[in-house]
Write a protein that binds this ligand. Structure first.
Ligand SMILES: [Zn+2]
Ligand SMILES: [Zn+2]
Length: 108
């Protein structure tokens, strides 16, 4: 698990298949938990991002299809982490005060 920046986000924009439909190329890195809900740029991490095609990305935002639980399952398989661990880490980041030290699991 690494902190990622714009350059790393670009990796999610290379034309690999959408992680949900696997039909169309993925073009849209989607934040499972929106950055505006607390956590800010700290949520630019692999465990919070799914690579979706435009259609699936629109569906996720417009009517929860794919649903957040399905996206978490995708990340769980990709990162080889239990969904509970992913949620614990995301909630931890959202609770962290601005300027607080980052948790150890974010280092490299
Ligand atoms: Zn798709
Ligand atoms: Zn999105």
């Amino acid at each position: 698990v690494k902190i990622i920046d714009e350059a790393t986000l670009d990796l999610f924009r290379v034309p690999v298949p959408c992680e949900w439909c696997k039909l169309r190329p993925s073009t849209d890195p989607h934040h499972i938990y929106a950055k505006g809900m607390g956590g800010g740029g700290r949520l630019d991490i692999r465990i919070n991002i799914c690579s979706l095609c435009r259609t699936c990305h629109n569906g996720a935002h417009a009517h929860g299809d794919p649903h957040i639980t399905e996206l978490l399952r995708i990340v769980s398989r990709r990162e080889k982490l239990p969904v509970g661990t992913i949620l614990d880490r995301i909630y931890e980041l959202r609770r962290l005060p601005k300027g607080a030290a980052l948790p150890d699991w974010m280092a490299t």
